[in-house]
Design a protein around this ligand. Structure first.
Ligand code: HEC
Length: 220
C-alpha cells in the first residue's frame, strides 16, 4: 500500500473534525480506566444517567467526561488523592486525570478492538468502613485524650464546598487527613484511613475553611 492510501485510511478512520494527535486509545488505556472507575454506576441499572462501557457509549460524552474529571465532579464522593492516605480510594490520580484529558484533547481515538478488556461479571460496591464511636471537632480543637484514628467524615460543610483537614501532632508534625472537593451531603460516607493513625493527647485539628467541622472515628 502506498503512502497516499495510508493517509486516506487514517483520515477515514478518524472522526471527521477532530484530528487525532495522541497515541492514547480507547481500547488500550481509556476503556480500562472508565470501566474500573466509572462502570459500576455508568451501566444499565447502575444509577447514572448513561452507560460508559463501550466506545460508542463514551465517544459522544468525551468532552463532558474531560470536564467532569478535571473538575473532580466524577467519580463523585471521592477525596482528593495524595492528601492523607485513605483506604479504598475511588478517586482518580493526577496521572489518570491527565490520561483522560489528553485522550479527549487528542481527538478521542478508538484504537484496535483487539486490545479491549472484558467487562467484569459483577460490579462491587465500595463497603463503608467499620468504625468505632465518632467525635465531632472544629478547627483548632485540641484532643484531650489520645485517639487511634480509623476514619473521618465531613460535618458542617457547605453543599458544593470543600474541606481540608489535618492533624498537628504535639511534636509539631502535620498529618494530612482528608480533602473533599465539591462536597455533596448525599454522599453520606466516611473515609477510612489506609492504616490507623495514632493521635496523641494534645493533637490540634486544623480545618479549612474554619467554619467546617469533621468527625473523627476511632479505629476498630
Ligand atoms: C457513584 C456513582 C458514579 C460513579 C462512580 C461515576 N459517576 Fe458519573 N454520574 C453519576 C450520576 C448519578 C450522574 C448524574 C448527575 C449527577 O447526579 O451528578 C453522573 C453524571 C455523569 C456525567 C454527565 C454530567 C453532565 O454533563 O450532566 C458524566 C460525563 C460522568 N458522569 C462521567 C463519569 C466518569 C468519567 C466517571 C469515572 C471517572 C464517573 N462518571 C463515575 C454517577 C457516577
Amino acid at each position: 500500500m502506498g503512502r497516499l492510501w495510508l493517509g486516506v485510511l487514517a483520515a477515514t478512520l478518524g472522526w471527521a473534525h477532530d484530528p487525532i494527535s495522541t497515541k492514547l486509545t480507547y481500547t488500550r488505556e481509556i476503556s480500562r480506566l472508565l470501566i474500573e472507575r466509572c462502570g459500576r454506576c455508568h451501566r444499565e441499572g447502575g444509577g447514572a444517567p448513561m452507560p460508559l462501557l463501550s466506545y460508542a457509549d463514551v465517544r459522544p460524552w468525551a468532552k463532558a467526561i474531560k470536564e467532569e474529571v478535571l473538575e473532580r465532579r466524577m467519580p463523585p464522593g471521592g477525596a482528593v488523592r495524595g492528601f492523607g492516605t485513605l483506604a479504598d480510594d475511588t478517586s482518580l490520580s493526577q496521572e489518570e486525570l491527565h490520561v483522560i484529558a489528553d485522550w479527549v484533547e487528542g481527538g478521542a481515538p478508538e484504537g484496535d478492538p483487539a486490545y479491549l478488556p472484558t467487562l467484569p461479571r459483577e460490579w462491587t460496591e465500595p463497603k463503608p468502613a467499620a468504625v468505632g464511636p465518632g467525635v465531632t471537632v472544629k478547627a483548632g480543637t485540641v484532643l484531650r485524650q489520645s485517639l487511634r484514628l480509623g476514619a473521618v467524615t465531613a460535618a458542617k460543610v457547605a453543599e458544593g464546598g470543600s474541606v481540608k483537614a489535618a492533624a498537628q501532632l504535639p511534636d509539631g508534625r502535620v498529618e494530612p487527613l482528608v480533602w473533599l472537593h465539591g462536597y455533596r451531603r448525599k454522599w453520606k460516607r466516611n473515609y477510612a484511613l489506609e492504616s490507623p493513625l495514632q493521635l496523641p493527647a494534645g493533637t490540634r485539628i486544623l480545618i479549612e475553611p474554619p467554619q467546617a467541622e469533621i468527625v473523627l472515628y476511632g479505629a476498630r
